[in-house]
Write a protein that binds this ligand. Structure first.
Ligand code: NAD
Length: 272
């Protein structure tokens, strides 16, 4: 029987995280590096990615990769996985963590443009499909692999638009705040992409699971914080390190009999 330490160990694992420098990606990269994993970070913000790699190298003495990638560009995804293979000679886990908020992201449904919709579909969902396709080619060659897709509460249930009424938009000051249709459909897509891939690669020793996080506190408007907190059973938003345990479970052997599942960590939002 393995010890808890052995079960949850990621020491020496090569974990690719695309969307690595934002609120949660940064947490996952730092936390998994602290546990001894080598993180291959792909992000559109290469300066932030380089800076994070430098910090990880210095603090945790692991061997991170910082790579410039726009996940809506197939050739850049290809380049990322080639760089991963040539640096590490293998890939243990892929985490699809990107979300994008292009111009017009918060527009009301009536005015939502095809241009904005396509940009979000391409990055949030199309990118995850193509990244999974490239990763699985490596996984099939090496005989094992593991994908973690990142969804959201609003991929599981409809957005509660009431909590945004009269709330300031901290991400796009001046724009009204709401949860847009592009987010809802791409995050729901991540959950069924997970099931599709788990089934497609059945019996190939490739596991595919989804993590559904709830909202993380990010200096939100007080009204929003109060409204959001009321909708959860724990009565608060998450701290940014509160998904580290869930991600460790999914990327490690601790979840070895789990595939095609969606792990919901949302403070109880969807329990009522
Ligand atoms: N923060 C939350 O409250 C919350 C809640 C539920 C789900 N999530 C999900 O968790 C994930 C991470 O959330 P976050 O809050 O850290 O997001 P974030 O916006 O802070 O970070 C997104 C990351 O993706 C990168 N990115 C954006 N467009 C890209 C592109 N085209 N190509 C490559 N990289 C690109 C950004 O540079 C950034 O590093 C997202 O998928 C999000 O939907 C977040």
């Amino acid at each position: 029987m393995k010890t808890a330490e052995e079960l949850f160990s990621v020491k020496g694992k090569v974990i690719a995280i695309i969307g690595a420098t934002g609120i949660l990606g940064r947490q996952y990269c730092m936390f998994l590096s602290k546990e001894g994993a080598h993180v291959a970070m792909g992000d559109i913000n290469i300066d932030a990615c380089n800076e994070l790699a430098e910090r990880i190298r210095k603090d945790f003495k692991t061997n991170p990769l910082a790579y410039h990638i726009d996940i809506s560009e197939e050739s850049m995804i290809e380049g990322f996985f080639s760089a991963v293979e040539s640096k590490y000679k293998r890939l243990d886990v892929l985490v699809n963590n990107v979300q994008t908020k292009p111009e017009g992201f918060y527009a009301p449904f009536e005015n939502y443009s095809m241009e904005t919709l396509k940009k979000v579909l391409d990055a949030n969902l199309g990118g995850a499909v193509i990244a999974s396709q490239k990763a699985c080619k490596i996984f099939l060659r090496q005989g094992y692999g593991n994908i973690v897709n990142i969804a959201s509460t609003y991929g599981n249930v409809g957005a509660d638009q009431r909590i945004y009424e009269g709330v300031k938009n901290i991400y796009f000051p001046g724009s009204p705040f709401s949860s847009p249709v592009s987010y809802a459909i791409t995050k729901a897509g991540m959950i069924n992409l997970t099931r599709y891939l788990a089934s497609y690669y059945r019996e190939k020793n490739i596991r595919v699971n989804c993590l559904t996080p709830g909202g993380v506190y990010d200096n939100h408007d007080e009204t929003f914080l109060r409204n959001y907190s009321y909708r959860t059973l724990l009565g608060r938003m998450a701290d940014r390190d509160e998904y580290n345990g869930a991600i460790l479970f999914l990327v490690s052997e601790a979840s070895s009999y789990m595939t095609g599942s969606n792990l919901i960590v949302d403070g109880g939002w969807t329990a009522i």
